[in-house]
Design a protein around this ligand. Structure first.
Ligand SMILES: Nc1ncnc2c1ncn2[C@@H]1O[C@H](COP(=O)(O)OP(=O)(O)OP(=O)(O)O)[C@@H](O)[C@H]1O
Ligand SMILES: [Mg+2]
Length: 503
């Protein structure tokens, strides 16, 4: 630093210690002081600049206009930079330019007016800001491109950020939503308190994982959308929650499609069940006729006993008991039938598979008997319980039994038997086998046995096995075909046990 008239040791020390460039100029813009940092920053020695106009350190317009700014200030007192500071471009000795932040003060003492300027090199700061900006732009582009709704909420539930997809689904523009209360503006009224409770849980849970839940929102036009949300808290430096970031997937259309598929599957299942029942009608009416005929004859007998007085009270009593037993049997058959043909929602319950098969056998036997086919049950012991829709599984079994009865139609009497076996499968699951001793599946049917409408029967729909497989698969099980040795068909149903189902 070059000494200058008027500089005190204190001033000197301040100037030398400053990491900013410090310059003192007079009212004409002539440099009087130029500290060490300035020498380093600009590449000039103090001796080279002192006595010259400060505009030599400036660029373009600033350099050209500096003198006139200074003059105007001196005559009007209106400052553009004093006490405010601004960003400027500064020129080094080698002609290169760097950005700086300039603060200027006026030195008012007894002597002529002078100005002191502090210039901070803000190259690094600019670069950092530019890098941050480009990171932010990139993050914003990701946000905009995401096919997921992204919403950030402040701890009091106000929207602080929402991406384009979010705006698109909700039908709001970004600026309308920013600052609004998320819950009262967007969340469907009946789930508001639920959603708010989840939100509070996230705010409080200090090591919160991303939470997963589903709630509906209302669009600006009032339409309802089903959204699956995943939310996580983000934290400030002190570890306290500064906001909640939620990503949401609009599943409305998927859910509707699933619902429609389920309904059409259920309709189809119902139609096929009715068709099966239609085919079983002969057997079933026969089965009902038996108890009804028995009731009629016991009633006749009882009336005769009473009229003639030839038998005692004991015989009458017995006849009445028989009547009641047969009526209950008929009632039971009708109850099962109604249960089977009713169109109903899927309903899973914990079941013992042997009981389910036992129940079904009542109807199946009626059908089989009409075709002179026997049904033998071989229930396995100690089977684990399974979580199934009883009626649906019974329908699968009915389809298989019906196919077997049809396959046995041309077979000699000793072969006319269907065997239903249950056992624990090799994989620990429950296995149900429905086996007959008919001709087995025809070779040309083997390829597409489970394909809808594949049939070789003149009045078959070819839906029985396709529907059965769908039902079993919806229970996370499988339905397969096994050729029997030496003859016959065997269909195997595998169902997961409760343990495998996590029940
Ligand atoms: N136990 C079996 N023995 C021999 N072939 C069988 C047996 N079960 C099924 N099939 C063959 O598989 C085909 C498809 O059976 P599926 O139950 O899907 O339809 P379908 O019985 O032909 O028609 P529907 O069930 O509507 O009466 C049958 O047409 C038959 O050729
Ligand atoms: Mg069939």
């Amino acid at each position: 630093m070059t000494d200058h008239v008027g500089s005190t040791p204190e001033l000197q020390a301040v100037l030398d210690a400053s990491v900013d460039s410090v310059l003192i100029i007079n009212a004409q813009g002539i440099i009087e002081q130029f500290n060490r940092s300035a020498e380093r920053m600009f590449g000039y020695s103090a001796a080279e600049v002192i006595g010259r106009n400060v505009s030599m350190l400036m660029t373009g317009g600033d350099a050209a206009q500096h003198d006139s700014h200074l003059q105007r200030y001196m005559s009007t007192g209106i400052a553009h930079v004093i006490g405010i500071g601004r960003e400027v471009d500064a020129r080094r000795r080698d002609g290169s330019v760097f950005p700086g932040f300039l603060s200027v003060g006026r030195i008012s003492d007894a002597g002529p007016t002078r100005f002191i300027g502090f210039l901070q090199d803000i190259t690094v700061r600019r670069q950092t800001i530019a890098a941050l900006q480009s990171e932010r732009d990139r993050a914003n582009r990701y946000l905009e491109a995401a096919q997921t709704m992204l919403v950030a909420l402040s701890p009091n539930g106000e929207v602080t950020m929402i991406n384009r997809k979010g705006c698109e689904v909700l039908g709001y523009d970004e600026h309308t939503l920013l600052g609004q209360d998320w819950f009262s503006t967007v969340v469907a009224p009946e789930v508001r308190s639920l959603a708010a409770a989840e939100f509070d849980k996230l705010l409080q849970d200090s090591h919160a994982q991303a939470h997963h839940f589903e709630y509906d929102v209302l669009t600006r036009a009032g339409a309802r959308r089903q959204i699956v949300w995943r939310c996580a808290a983000f934290r400030g430096a002190g570890g306290h929650v500064t906001g909640i970031l939620c990503s949401g997937d609009d599943v409305t259309d998927n859910r509707r499609a699933e619902q429609e598929a389920r309904e059409s599957r259920e309709r189809l299942t119902h139609v096929s069940r009715l068709a099966t029942m239609g085919e079983m009608a002969t057997g079933i009416s026969h089965e009902l006729n038996q108890p009804l005929a028995a009731i009629a004859s016991f009633a006749d007998a009882a009336r005769r006993f009473l009229r003639t007085g030839e038998a005692g009270q004991g015989e009458v009593q017995e006849a009445l008991e028989n009547i009641s037993e047969q009526a209950q049997r008929a009632g039971e058959i009708i109850r099962r039938l109604r249960e089977l043909v009713r169109n109903r929602q899927t309903r899973r319950e914990e079941s013992n598979i042997n009981e389910v098969i036992e129940e079904l056998a009542l109807l199946a036997r009626a059908d089989a008997r009409a075709s002179d086919v026997r049904i033998a049950l071989e229930p396995g012991a100690d089977l684990p319980r399974t979580w199934i829709d009883r009626i649906q599984i019974q329908q699968v079994l009915l389809n298989l039994v019906r196919n077997a009865i049809e396959a046995l139609s041309g077979e000699p009497d000793e072969r006319r038997e269907i065997r239903i076996t249950t056992r624990r499968g090799e994989a620990g699951d429950i296995e149900i086998q429905v086996a007959d001793r008919g001709p087995g599946v025809a070779p040309d049917m083997l390829q597409n046995l489970f394909t809808p409408f594949a049939t070789n029967k003149s009045n078959g729909t070819g839906l029985g096995l396709a529907i059965s497989r769908t039902i079993v698969q919806s229970h996370k099980g499988s339905l397969t075909y096994r050729q029997q040795n030496p003859c016959g068909a065997c269909f195997v149903i595998q169902l997961p046990t409760n343990e495998e189902n996590g029940k």
